[in-house]
Ligand binder design. Structure first.
Ligand SMILES: [Zn+2]
Length: 318
């Protein structure tokens, strides 16, 4: 049985403070973070104040929510394996949540992609004992200065301890805690280094930021993402999972196949509408004025990505 712990994370996910969330619809994405006191500083501050929710799933797998992206945890005699690291500022709360599961030490960490809200905790988790695994492009972006145009922000190289030591190109399989853990690359979708992580025994799949459950997704064109890639990745996941698979999104509550199908329908419908209007010669402002996301806004438009910001990202990619 999966408990819905949606309340409590919707206002806390990613970088959204109450003030900023209220301001989002008014701001051009290029200026969004110029309004706040530095992206990294704000996120660290948010992370330090975050309340972490521990949700047991099945088998020996749980999910921690509340600090950046969703963190999956597998535990057992080989130690704990985490999928994504949250914000560094949440170290104390994440450490407490991990200790509440059991006393097994932290041994492995997998990054679903390079973004700060999934990798900021890499350094402390490495110092606590984790070997870090990721796609080779995730290591590339963490190793150098990387600019995200839509945030108007350049991330400096991560410290040496935060850089993944074990990277792969297409797929990699780990055998730990009596289960197989399959790491598989998506074709570029949200970034150029997205991977899924499947816990075979429990049939639980973490799909990183290819799936935002209940929110319009951010798409990072600066490091290889695209709306077409997001749709392809979602279709790939739909073809792979069954009705029984538990799906952990990058942001939002734990989901199942039918929920992922709704998200896929949303992406395809909005993409088609925006592409058709753009093909007719409409400008960005005209497309925005026609509100192509309107029928979805009440259910999906309340997060980090406003309907306007999401429509701009789609327009850029069709
Ligand atoms: Zn991301």
């Amino acid at each position: 049985m999966i408990t819905n712990v949606h309340s409590g994370i919707s206002r806390r996910h990613f970088l959204v403070s109450g003030t900023l969330a209220a301001a989002v619809p008014l701001l051009d994405p290029h200026h969004l973070f110029a309004e706040v006191d530095g992206l990294v500083a704000t996120a660290r501050k948010e992370g330090a104040e975050s309340k972490i929710t521990l949700q047991p799933l099945r088998g020996e797998v749980s999910v921690l929510m509340g600090s950046g992206g969703n963190i999956a945890v597998l535990t057992g005699r080989d130690g704990k394996l985490l999928v994504d690291a949250g914000y560094a500022g949440s170290r104390i709360q994440i450490g407490d949540a991990l200790a509440a599961i059991d006393s097994n030490p932290i041994k492995h960490l997998i990054n679903t992609h390079w973004h700060f809200d999934h990798t900021d905790g890499n350094e402390w988790l490495h110092s606590a004992g984790a070997t870090i695994f990721a796609h080779e492009n995730t290591r590339k972006h963490l190793s150098t200065s990387t600019r995200v145009k839509a945030w108007d922000f350049t991330f400096p190289p991560s410290p040496p301890g935060a850089i993944p030591a074990e990277v792969f190109t297409a797929e990699r399989t780990l055998d730990l805690n009596r289960t197989q853990i399959a790491l598989k690359r998506f074709a570029p979708a949200h970034t150029d280094g997205d991977i899924s992580v499947h816990f075979a025994n429990a049939d639980i799949l973490h799909v990183g930021d290819t799936f935002w459950n209940g929110y319009y997704p951010f798409i990072d064109y600066s490091t290889g993402g695209s709306i077409e890639g997001m749709i392809r990745a979602t279709e790939t996941t739909l073809a792979k999972v069954t009705e029984k698979t538990v799906i952990i999104p990058g942001h939002g509550p734990v989901a199942d196949k039918s929920r992922l199908r709704s998200y896929c329908d949303l992406l395809v419908t909005v993409r088609d509408k925006v592409a058709s209007l753009k093909k007719q010669g409409q400008s960005l402002d005209e497309v925005l004025a026609s509100k192509p996301t309107a029928s979805y806004d009440s259910k999906w438009g309340g997060g980090f990505m406003s309907p306007t910001m999401f429509t701009r990202l789609i327009f850029e990619g069709v």
